[in-house]
Design a protein around this ligand. Structure first.
Ligand SMILES: Cc1cc2nc3c(=O)[nH]c(=O)nc-3n(C[C@H](O)[C@H](O)[C@H](O)COP(=O)(O)OP(=O)(O)OC[C@H]3O[C@@H](n4cnc5c(N)ncnc54)[C@H](O)[C@@H]3O)c2cc1C
Length: 435
C-alpha cells in the first residue's frame, strides 16, 4: 500500500510525482515505455549527423507564463528566443511572395483573429472553419487556418472548437532550448520526481472508496489515490480498463477531446549553405484550401543544421498510415517544389506519434461544443485524479507548460484526498530501469 500511484512519466506525471514527494507523500511512478518524457523526447540521430532532434515538443511557448521556462532559467540552461516575427518565405506559384503580398497576408491574419475572436464570444460554440466563413473569399484565409488549426492545434479547422482555439492562444515569447526540450525535461524534472518504473504498463485500475488497485505485468499495487496522466487517445481507446467504468460525464469529456496529429520530418541538407535560406526562417506555400496536404518548414531552427517540416491533422494521419518512408518522400517532394530544385540530403527522420499505442497522436483538441471538456477533470473521480496536457485549463492546453501545471494541480488534489491520514513514509528517490 502506497499513498499515490502516478501512471505515466511524461511532463505531467513527473511534475505530479515531484510535488507529491515534496509534500512527503509516498508515490510509485509507472511508465509503460522504456524511457521517460512521453511526448517530450530528444534524440541525436546519426541520420541527422548527431544534431539534437525533438520528436515532440521543441518550443517553450508563452515563456512569460511557462513554468518550464522558469525552471530552465533557474538552472542557467541555454535558451534562445525565436524571433517574434519569424522570417518568412511564403511561396506563391513557385515564387516568393512580394513585400506587398506579405503585407496583405499580415492584414488578413489580423482580420482572421478579429473575426474568430468575436465569434468565440457568441453562443453557441462552433468550429474555427465556420467562425471565419465570411473570410472564405480572401486568398490568405486557408493558409492562416492551416497555421492556427492544422499545424498549431493539429486539428482539422472544421472539427476544432473556436472557443478552444481562443482559450489556448499561445501569445508571448517562444524559446528554443539548447540540446533539446526533451533533454531538459529528463535533466531537470526527473531528479525531482524520483524513482520511475519503466516498462511497466498499467492495464487496469480498480477504484472505490478505499482507494485503487493498479494492475501491471509485474503485479498489482494498492494506493489511496492514483494520478492518471495518459493521453486522451489512450483513454478513448481503452488502453487502461477502469473498474468500475468512468462516470458518463468524464467519458463524454474524453470523447470531446480527440487527439490531433502533428508529424515532423527532419532533413539534413548535404550543403545547407547552397539552399540560400536564412537560419530561423520558415518556408511554406500559400494553400488553396485548409485541408490541402501541405508542409511548413522551420529552417535551421535554434541555429542547427537541419530543416524540420511540420505536417498536421488529416494529411498527417494519412501519412502516418502510409508509413515513415512515404512521409519522408512527401517532405522531400514538397521541399523540392518549394525550392524549385532538387535538394540533396544526407539523412532524414520522420516522427511516428500516430502509430504509437502509448500516445495515439500529438495532443488533444476540443470538438465544437466541447470547449468545457478540459474542465471535466478539475475535481477527482473518487480516488482518481486525471492530469496531462488535455486537462490544462490555464490557457496552455496541448503544451509541456500546460502538462506541468496540470500535473502539479493533480498532485494537490491527490494530497487533499489523502486527507487527515497523513502521508506514509516517503520512498527514497532514485531511478529503476525495469519493473
Ligand atoms: C510533434 C509534436 C510537437 C509538439 N510541439 C510542442 C512544442 O513545441 N511545445 C510544447 O509546449 N508542446 C509541444 N507538443 C506537446 C507536448 O509534447 C505535450 O503536450 C506534452 O509533452 C504532454 O505531456 P503529458 O505528460 O500530458 O503526456 P505524455 O507525454 O503523453 O505522458 C504520458 C505518459 O504515459 C505513458 N503511458 C501511456 N499508456 C500507459 C500505460 N497504460 N501505463 C503506464 N504508462 C502509460 C506514455 O508512454 C507517456 O510517457 C508537441 C507534441 C508533439 C507530438
Amino acid at each position: 500500500m502506497t499513498d499515490v500511484v502516478v501512471v505515466g512519466a511524461g511532463v505531467a506525471g513527473l511534475a505530479a510525482a515531484a510535488a507529491l514527494r515534496r509534500a512527503g507523500a509516498a508515490c510509485d511512478v509507472l511508465e509503460a515505455a522504456g524511457r521517460i518524457g512521453g511526448r517530450a523526447w530528444t534524440e541525436n540521430p546519426a541520420a541527422l549527423g548527431g544534431e539534437a532532434f525533438d520528436h515532440g515538443a521543441s518550443w517553450l511557448h508563452a515563456a512569460e507564463r511557462n513554468p518550464l521556462a522558469e525552471i530552465a532559467r533557474a538552472h542557467g540552461d541555454g535558451l534562445s528566443q525565436s524571433p517574434a516575427e519569424r522570417l518568412r518565405r511564403v511561396m506563391l506559384d513557385g515564387r516568393a511572395a512580394t513585400a506587398e503580398e506579405l503585407g496583405e497576408y499580415e492584414r488578413a491574419w489580423e482580420r482572421f483573429t478579429e473575426v474568430a475572436t468575436a465569434r468565440a464570444d457568441r453562443e453557441p460554440d462552433t468550429s474555427l472553419a465556420d467562425a471565419v466563413a465570411e473570410l472564405r473569399g480572401d486568398p490568405w484565409t486557408a493558409t492562416i487556418e492551416t497555421f492556427e488549426s492544422t499545424l498549431i492545434a493539429a486539428a482539422p479547422p472544421e472539427q476544432f472548437s473556436v472557443r478552444d482555439w481562443r482559450l489556448n492562444q499561445l501569445s508571448g515569447t517562444n524559446l528554443n532550448v539548447a540540446g533539446g526540450l526533451g533533454a531538459l525535461v529528463a535533466r531537470r524534472l526527473l531528479p525531482a520526481a524520483g524513482a520511475v518504473r519503466l516498462r511497466t504498463p498499467v492495464s487496469r485500475i480498480g477504484w472505490g472508496p478505499r482507494g485503487v488497485s493498479v494492475t501491471t505485468p509485474s503485479g498489482t499495487l494498492s494506493a489511496r489515490a492514483c494520478v492518471v496522466t495518459v493521453s486522451t487517445g489512450v483513454l478513448a481507446a481503452g488502453g487502461i480498463a477502469f473498474a468500475p467504468a468512468l462516470p458518463a460525464a468524464q467519458q463524454a469529456a474524453i470523447a470531446g477531446l480527440p487527439m490531433g496529429l502533428l508529424t515532423k520530418v527532419a532533413l539534413r541538407p548535404a550543403d545547407g549553405g547552397a539552399l540560400g535560406l536564412p537560419a530561423r526562417s520558415s518556408l511554406y506555400r500559400r494553400v488553396a484550401a485548409a485541408g490541402d496536404p501541405s508542409i511548413s518548414f522551420s529552417v535551421f531552427p535554434g541555429g542547427s543544421g537541419i530543416l524540420v517540416g511540420f505536417i498536421g491533422a488529416t494529411a498527417a494521419w494519412e501519412l502516418s498510415r502510409a508509413g515513415a518512408a512515404a512521409t519522408e518522400a512527401f517532405a522531400r517532394a514538397e521541399l523540392s517544389a518549394l525550392l524549385g530544385a532538387r535538394a540533396e540530403f544526407t539523412g532524414a527522420v520522420a516522427t511516428g506519434w500516430g502509430a504509437d499505442e502509448l500516445l495515439r497522436g500529438a495532443y488533444a483538441y476540443a470538438l465544437p461544443g466541447h470547449d468545457g471538456a478540459r474542465a471535466a477533470m478539475d475535481a477527482p473521480v473518487g480516488p482518481l485524479v486525471f492530469a496531462g496536457e488535455a486537462w490544462c485549463t490555464d490557457g496552455l492546453a496541448g503544451t509541456v507548460g500546460g502538462a506541468f501545471l496540470s500535473g502539479e494541480r493533480a498532485a494537490a488534489m491527490a494530497l487533499r484526498l489523502l486527507g487527515g491520514y497523513g502521508p506514509s513514509t516517503a520512498a527514497p528517490a532514485g531511478q529503476s530501469e525495469g519493473p
